[in-house]
Design a protein around this ligand. Sequence first.
Ligand SMILES: Cc1ncc(COP(=O)(O)O)c(C=O)c1O
Length: 386
Amino acid sequence: MKFNTKLLHDVPSVDPLTGAASLPKYQVSTYHQEDIFNKQKYTYTRFGNPTIEALENGIATLENANFGLAFSSGMAAITAALMTLQTGDHVIAPKDIYGGAYQLIHDFLPNYGISSVFLEEMTAEEIGQNLKPNTKMIYIETPSNPLLKITDIREVVSIAKKFQLKTVIDNTFMTPIGQTPLDLGVDMVIHSATKFINGHSDVVAGLVATNDEKIFSALKKRQVTFGSILGPEDAWLVLRGLKTLGIRFERSTENAKKIAEFLATNEAVKKVYYPGLATHEKSTVHFSQAQSGGAVLSFDLGSRQAVADFFKNLTIPISAVSLGGVESILSYPATMSHACMSKQDRLAAGVTDGLVRLSVGIEDIEDLLDDLSNSLHQVEVMNIDE
Ligand SMILES: Cc1ncc(COP(=O)(O)O)c(C=O)c1O
């Protein structure tokens, strides 16, 4: 079955009890127990709920996984995955990584005796040089946020298997239609479902998929004990959003490619970061593991002032934290996704004052290109006046 058909017919969507074509929202915290001496399937929503379970089965189906779990946010999913580590363990992660994940690994895990190293490039060579006897996990994002760096998933899996390390990937940018890392041997796939999976900028949610029953049980325990399960209403909304993931992501990706090509030729743009461009240094690696360039790109306008002028003159994209909505979303990583990093760490990670990230929506491409072109023209005019 192909992806769009799977979305509509393999992700649970029909109520098994009544045949209703929209899965009911079991907006409930607790369940009447007919017989308190014998176990029943549902007892309390933090332990399990049919609407949440439908979404969990859905992400498992889409990621070709045996198990799925839904969390109250992408960060809650990341936290559960990282908290499978024990005191004394060491984790290897990339320098270019979502700011919240960086903060968790860098600022919080040391409180529990878990150490880390952040690498420029997640190559087998760099990983090999930074392996310690207590290294237990390799955490990656590909494409990464916000520099769209590409990591060779097969290479990471290969070194991880050699040293019996667990691999975790944040697959938020590609979604399961763009990349299915479990097929390449990764142990845990994480999504901020707040982004493309839900797609409508109206829910905060996280998902994890895995094939390993032991990992699933460990994550389930953390989901229940940390209390980080997604609410039924949000699970229902994500299930609803998920139905159109295929067409939304395809359209956004087509738009993103055209925008990246346009930006690459514009004088006001110093550099474009988009793995769908043949000029991206790891475009070949990316297309060996992904289906498209994705719908997020970043570009450098050279200075904070140029960024200010650009934001001021743009009319279509909303200017906001987040990505993956049906509307285009323009972000400024320095004060948004990466604000939690010190300036020194941020600059060292390549997140400059001129860097802008664009999550491309499903608007008409002509309108997006006109808007970008007008605003970039203003950036040039302002720079000449100076
Ligand atoms: C790549 C990536 N991973 C994880 C997250 C965290 O997700 P959430 O905001 O749903 O907690 C984000 C949020 O922007 C993200 O961009």
